[in-house]
Each structure stands twice: as C-alpha cells, then as structure tokens.
Design a protein around this ligand. Structure first.
Ligand code: RIB
Ligand code: CA
Length: 321
C-alpha cells in the first residue's frame, strides 16, 4: 500500500506530540516534513520541541521553523497548559535532538513541496494556521495542488480561549480565514469532537506500564493531564488529545462522522473574535465555500488507537537510549 504523503504543521504542545507519535508509529504515512509555528509557546520552543519529538521517535523527518508571530494578533503564550517550554513534563523529558533544524522557512518549504508534487501532499495543521496562510500568500496556486487539508481547530459549539473561540483559530483568525477560503478540500476537527477525544485512566495506566522508568511519554502526558480543567472538574477521566483527531481520521475515517458545512471565521474585534460559525440551515446558499466538519466520534476506538501509538512511542524512545 502506498503511504500517504503528509506534512504536519504544529505547535508542540503536548497533544501535538501525541499527534506526531500517532502519525509516525501508524506506518501509513510518508511524513515529508514537520513544520513548526508559534502557538502553545514561542516559535523557538515549538520548533525545538518538534525536532526533539521527531528525533526521539527515531525518524529523520526534516523539521522547519516557521512563523514567529501571527499575521496580526498578539497574545500571551498559554504556559499554564503546556509549561514554559511548551512541552513541560511531570518527570523525565525527551532527549536533546541529535540533529539541527532543517534550513529554510516552513512557509516556503510547504509551498515548494506542494509545487513539487501536485495533488500528492496532505497538510495536517494542528496549531495556528499562520504558516499555511503565508504559503498561500507566497503562492496562491498551491491551493489547487494540495491533496487535502485536515486541521484541529475551531468549534461549532463554542470555544476554549473565549466562550466562542478555540485557541488555534483565535491565535490567528486572519490566517484561518485565508486557509478556509482557499478552496482546498478541508476537514475540520473542532472542539465539537476533540473535547471528547480523551484517553481514560486505564489508557494512562497502560502507557505508564509500557516501559520501566524513565518514561518521558507518560510523564509528559501526566503534566498535561494535571492542567486539564475538565479532568479537575470531573467532566472527563483523562486528557483530551485534540490534535490526534485529524491524524486518526486519515488513518481510519470510520472513527468520525462529518457534515459538509459553510464555516466562516470571525476576524472582527469583539467577543466573537476567532470564532468559527457554521451555517447549519438546510436552505443555506450553495455558493458559500463548504468544508467537512467532524461532529461525532467513536471515542473508545480512538482512545485505543492513540494509546497504542503512545505505548509504541515510549518503547521506541526507550530503545534509543
Ligand atoms: O484548542 C486546542 C489546540 O490548542 C491544540 O492544538 C493544542 O495543542 C493547542 O494548540
Ligand atoms: Ca497544537
């Protein structure tokens, strides 16, 4: 079976780490590049984390640094959730990478790779969309050459940074508007499903038992779990690994149910800044650009797939020590 050619654009980020581990260990992707963007932490940190993850998993995937800042929005980085490094751990950390970042800017690399392989490259975007928006601004024609784009971001039912806006979109709504209006075949995994994409206590125990200490994968996920408001409130038993959803869908589309909707991003200043609004009227005009939006998921099967990937990642990291 030919592997799906994939670029992962991310802001590691604990759930970005889980998404990369899922993609790498699944065996179904030819991961052409990992591109980093500012988001959960400043760009130097997210790029360093992406490189450490790719290297610790034993891959030679090139990692490129991208946008240092969103197109317009400026905000304080959410260290409360991901720590000052962007990938803080409750104990052991990933080993330092044995190679440097690849030269060149992520946006230029995305455009160059898509142009070199029209119709071949899938973009998985699990952070703010600044790099992809920049690539589209540099070369708008790539919109017709991207095989498809899957992303974690937004939410029809509401937000997490504000009542209406989810972090990845809120961090750079103007970039998201550029990407969602580009005409690229797009599938959205918003909070509608990702808030329910949690692994449970049995999954966490299985991860903890995967390898003898040190187990940096378990410790990193534990840090993230200890900062989950939903766990603290007793709403879920374990951490929601938002960014794994688009990758899991590429691996097994039966894990989710999607609906074709017209989705707009609010870029006007105010309480709705960064919100993703879906037109769910059955008589909605057909001329508006539509994307596929995931609205339901098979959580137990998703959790099993993600936990299997995290266990395999823990084993690969242990074997490289
Ligand atoms: O809202 C969840 C998103 O924000 C995830 O991508 C997480 O990594 C953070 O960036
Ligand atoms: Ca992310």
């Amino acid at each position: 079976m030919t592997r799906r050619r994939l670029i992962i654009d991310c802001d590691p980020g604990h759930d970005d780490f889980a998404a990369i581990a899922l993609a790498v260990t699944s065996g179904v992707f030819e991961i052409e590049a990992i591109t980093a963007v500012c988001g959960n932490a400043p760009l130097p940190r997210t790029a360093a984390n992406a490189l450490a993850i790719a290297d610790a998993l034993g891959t030679s995937i090139p990692v490129y640094a991208g946008a240092v800042a969103p197109l317009l929005h400026r905000y304080d980085f959410p260290a409360a959730f991901h720590g000052v490094t962007g990938l803080d751990s409750a104990g052991a950390t990933l080993p330092p990478p044995r190679r440097p970042l690849a030269p060149g800017h992520a946006a230029l690399e995305i455009a160059a790779r898509v142009n070199a392989a029209p119709g071949e490259i899938t973009l998985a975007v699990v952070g703010p969309m600044t790099n992809v928006a920049l690539a589209l601004a540099l070369d708008p024609d790539i919109a017709s050459k991207v095989r498809e784009l899957v992303f974690m971001g937004g939410g029809i039912v509401g937000g997490n940074v504000t009542a209406r806006a989810e972090f990845n979109i809120w961090a750079d709504p103007e970039a998201a508007a550029i990407v969602l209006n580009s005409g690229i075949k797009t599938t959205m995994f918003g909070l509608d499903v990702t808030n329910r994409a949690f692994i449970d206590t049995d999954d966490l125990k299985r991860l903890r038992a995967a390898v003898p200490a040190p187990n940096p994968v378990a410790d990193i996920i534990q840090f993230y779990s200890e900062r989950s408001g939903d766990i603290a409130a007793g709403r879920v038993p374990g951490p929601a690994l938002h960014d794994t959803c688009p990758i899991a869908w590429l691996i097994d589309p039966t894990l989710f149910q999607t609906e074709s909707l017209s989705v707009t991003v609010e870029t006007a200043p105010g309480p709705g800044y960064g919100a993703t609004d879906a037109d769910r009227r059955t008589w909605a005009p057909d001329h508006l650009p539509r994307i596929d939006v995931a609205l339901e998921l098979d959580r137990p099967r998703l959790a099993r797939l993600v936990t299997d990937a995290l266990v395999e990642a823990a084993r690969r990291i242990a074997d490289r020590r």
